[in-house]
Ligand binder design. Structure first.
Ligand code: TXA
Ligand code: MG
Length: 320
């Protein structure tokens, strides 16, 4: 299949309407989009990604009001969050209506809804009369793509068109939340920090990264893994076990003496967690492409986007 790149919203819309897959830019990561109401298109998404069918997809719409035909209700706490944070890096888990194919939700009674904050994709979604189901546009369990080139590198023979919206501005997937009695539960840490949610909701519980049976089925321990082994934790311990030239290092804002500067990727020399988040997946891909023996990543401050960065690194370091 010939894959083309471009900035044509019309071309993206035509392909989606014809049941074909299109990669879409968002502020978090690129998505692998298809018509959520068309089971054949949804099947193609699972196949292109080699994604297991037990891992449900997120539906993308251009406003929360447009979710009404697809969900039984939008609880007040979610309306409040949507008013504050959407369009943006946040996804809501809501009770679904039967019109959403079970394939999309892996047979669950809930569906994930997100309003992405990217001008091209919002324009695209406005032109469609169906939601776009889109997981991150990477092969299952690999690092998510933050540029159109990343998508092309891995999926070019599997999709028709890549809508190129430039590099993703947030760089980490959306935060996933679900209403609970008197508050919300965070099922996946992501681009909307927990502290920001706490300004609007009194009770915010954070689901700990779990093993085989997480409430959000995609939250398996091992995920986001490049081919090169990743070690995450205080680097001193790992630095002793490998020779300096075998290591690709990921640091926040300073360099380690023990290894050459060329083997270190500083995510934000100015110590800005947003900038670090934006560069994280690019850094993982970069070291992975160098065929080093190991990627060593230091822990980030456990606050703001640092929590989501640590979550991704921890899971990149888990063995499958
Ligand atoms: O930022 C993002 O969310 C990106 C962009 C493309 O929007 N999308 C993304 O999709 O990260 P994906 O498929 O890679 O991750 C979706 C996560 C999975 O962990 C899945 O288990 C969870 O959402 N999910 C989907 N539907 C769910 C549901 N009904 N209940 C609980 N978790 C759900
Ligand atoms: Mg993903």
């Amino acid at each position: 299949m010939e894959t083309t790149f471009g900035r044509s919203v019309d071309k993206a819309a035509q392909n989606l309407k014809a049941g074909r897959l299109v990669a879409i830019p968002t502020e978090t990561v690129y998505g692998l989009g298809g018509n959520a109401l068309d089971e054949q298109a949804v099947t193609q998404i699972f196949e292109a990604k080699q994604r297991p069918k037990f891992d449900p997809l997120i539906l993308h719409l251009d406003s929360i009001e447009k979710a009404e035909p697809f969900v039984e209700e939008i609880p007040p706490v979610i309306k409040k969050l949507a008013h504050q944070f959407s369009p943006g890096p946040i996804t809501y888990i809501l009770p679904k209506k039967p019109v959403i194919p079970d394939l999309v939700t892996s047979g669950q009674s809930t569906v994930a809804i997100r309003i992405p904050n990217h001008s091209l994709t919002l324009e695209l979604l406005k032109k469609l009369d169906f939601p776009v189901a889109a997981p991150s546009a990477n092969p299952f369990s690999y690092v998510s793509p933050t540029t159109a080139q990343h998508v092309y590198d891995q999926l070019h023979n599997k999709i028709t068109y890549i809508l190129d919206g430039g590099p993703c501005q947030v760089g980490l997937e959306s935060t996933i939340v679900k209403a609970e009695s008197r508050g919300i539960r965070v099922l996946r840490l992501g681009g909307t920090p927990v502290e920001a949610l706490k300004e609007y909701v009194k009770k915010v519980e954070v689901e700990r990264t779990s093993g085989s049976d997480p409430e959000s089925p995609g939250q398996l321990k091992s995920h986001y893994s490049p081919g090169t082994p990743v070690k995450f934790g205080k680097p001193e311990k790992w630095l002793k076990k490998f020779k300096p030239h075998q290591i690709g290092m990921i640091t926040f804002h300073h360099l380690y003496q023990a290894i050459p500067e060329a083997n270190q990727y500083m995510l934000s020399p100015k110590k800005d967690l947003s900038e670090a988040a934006r560069n994280l997946f690019r850094a993982l891909r970069y070291w992975d492409s160098r065929n080093f023996k190991v990627i060593i990543a230091e822990p980030f401050p456990e606050e703001g986007l640092g929590m989501a960065i640590n979550d991704r690194l921890k899971r990149a370091a888990e063995k499958a």
